[in-house]
Design a protein around this ligand. Structure first.
Ligand code: 4AD
Length: 501
């Protein structure tokens, strides 16, 4: 009797006959032998078809099956370390389920716009497949972290009557004639819940009308937000450190092979150990203006220029090979290599063009302004562990943050920057628990008091120090997978000008 199984369970069936249900990932045939790499959603398996009595009835048809055709394939499982996934199938039977023709995403390199328009197909590709599985593990690790510690899950609303973060990034929605907004955060609702349950968290999609196209911004992203009653800023920072360490440990435990496959250095992730770096905003401002950053950026510029010169040489060589007299597959490989080298070159050239501007921004950084994207990148590139930047000026932070009682200009908040240039992944703070101070902040920011009466109630009835933070899932996936752009960190990215498919 033959068993239907999946590729991730082949190790249970060595030397036995099984059937796989999947799709053609790649094929290669020469004369009397054909290799079909099948993917079935759980992994890849090389299926080997030799032309013999058993395979004769379908050999020719199987050889012609195009990329992404659906099929079931039966054969004997062989353990083989050299083979993708560690097993091979020696095929005895094969049934096409659906013939695919002209699948648009071929093994050749494609431009990002082309791939993004075909996101619904693109995530069948190995690299995207790995990333989305790592994302699923990160989300599981997040839920487990809080559930295991007894935090109560509170689902906060998505239709919100007022801003939770800045009013500039609100998406308005017509709500039966009233205007409401898509939630930017669940935090304010969570603050109310922590006065009922003490330790709570929410986890859901949040929305920001970000009018800039950066590699870090989505308009729809997932955020997990814990909130704790009777907590100080230090308690919240400690929680964030434990939380990040637990996610990194889990990803390293479950996804070593995938991380290597997508080019993420395991050593870099293994270096994510407590204690993380801590600096105040004021120290960060001094760092940006100081000689260390200047020297760092000058070296960076020199290194990038050297790399461009190397790439120029590589491109020239590969172009010559692509046009030269080698075998067809060698020419194609050289042409693909040249495309990749050109892409890297254009990326680095763009970075080189930006460095002088970033140097100027850093050198002239003014105390009181928010850290910009390039400032965060610089601070983050100077470290190989995450960095807590604390105590920002009140003027550049949200109204709900607790005023620093020892320096009126500051709030008790933090951003956590992921190292190696990845930048902010968490924003958090102690919350203002004093009624008068909070009311003054609302007025100062011209926020409609009537919309926040319920929130002020929390400061009327049993107000206590409390705090929490928000971690962006896609920023975290981007960092842990070592992605260049956040768009690959979510199944269907939503960005300015991008909402299809
Ligand atoms: O720093 P933010 O705006 O903090 C809040 O929303 C607080 N209410 C959280 C809290 O204290 N409960 O956002 C938190 C995190 C950021 O650090 C970032 O990881 C992510 O959310 N984030 C975004 N991710 C992708 N695209 C965007 N446009 C994002 N804006 C914020």
């Amino acid at each position: 009797m033959q068993t239907t199984t999946t590729i991730n369970k082949l190790h249970e069936h060595v030397d036995k006959t099984v059937t796989l249900q999947g799709w053609v990932y790649k094929t290669r045939a020469s004369g009397k032998i054909a290799f079909i790499i099948v993917r079935d959603g759980t992994g890849l398996c090389q299926c080997v078809l030799e032309r013999n009595e058993a395979t004769e009835p379908f050999f020719d048809e199987a050889k012609k099956l195009a990329q992404e055709s659906a099929l079931t394939v039966t054969g004997v499982v062989k353990a083989d370390d050299r083979s993708v996934g560690g097993h091979e199938l020696s095929v005895t039977g094969l049934t096409p389920v659906h013939a695919s023709t002209d699948y648009p995403i071929t093994p050749k390199p494609h431009g990002i716009e082309f791939l993004m328009d075909r996101r619904h197909l693109w995530f069948r590709s190995q690299r995207q497949w790995h990333i989305l599985r790592i994302r699923a593990t990160i989300i599981d690790a997040i839920r487990r972290f809080y559930n295991d510690r007894g935090y109560v899950l509170i689902d906060t609303p998505i239709f919100a009557p007022a801003a939770g973060e800045g009013a500039q990034t609100l998406f308005p929605v017509d709500y039966f004639g009233d205007q409401v907004f898509l939630a930017q955060t669940g935090q304010l609702y969570l603050e109310a819940a922590c006065m009922a349950h003490r330790n709570v968290y929410c986890f859901g999609p949040t929305f920001r009308a970000e009018k800039s196209k950066t590699r870090r911004h989505l308009t729809e992203f997932w955020m997990v937000e814990p909130e704790i009653a009777y907590a100080s800023l230090d308690d919240v920072i400690q929680l964030a450190e434990d939380f990040i360490c637990s996610i990194v440990t889990r990803v390293l435990k479950d996804h070593r092979d995938e991380l290597v496959e997508i080019g993420r250095s395991l050593d870099d992730l293994e270096a994510i150990k407590p204690p993380f770096v801590r600096m105040t905003y004021t120290e960060a401002a001094e760092l940006l203006r100081g000689p260390r950053v200047k020297e760092f950026l000058e070296n960076d510029l020199a290194q990038k220029k050297t790399r461009v010169a190397e790439l120029d040489k590589t491109i020239e060589e590969l172009d010559a090979q692509a046009k030269g007299g080698g075998k067809q597959w060698q020419k194609e490989k050289a042409a693909a290599g040249a495309i990749e080298a050109r892409e890297e070159r254009s990326e680095i050239t763009e970075q080189i063009a930006n460095i002088p501007h970033h140097m100027e921004l850093a050198a002239n950084f003014e105390w009181g302004t928010d850290l910009g994207g390039s400032d965060e990148t610089i601070i983050s590139r100077l470290h190989d562990r995450p960095i807590f930047v604390t105590h920002y000026p009140a003027s550049c932070r949200a109204f709900y943050m607790r005023g620093d009682r020892s320096d009126d200009r500051l709030v008790e908040n933090f951003d956590l920057l992921a190292p190696q240039g990845f930048g902010e992944i968490i924003g958090g703070s102690a919350r203002e628990e004093d009624y008068d101070r909070l009311l003054a902040k609302l007025k100062h920011e011209n926020l409609p008091q009537d919309q926040y009466e319920w929130y002020l109630d929390l400061r009327r009835y049993g107000s206590v120090p409390h705090g929490g933070f928000g971690l962006g899932v896609e920023r975290t996936v981007t960092w842990l997978c070592g992605l260049k752009h956040i768009r690959e960190a979510i199944p269907y990215p939503r960005m300015m000008g991008k909402f299809y498919p």
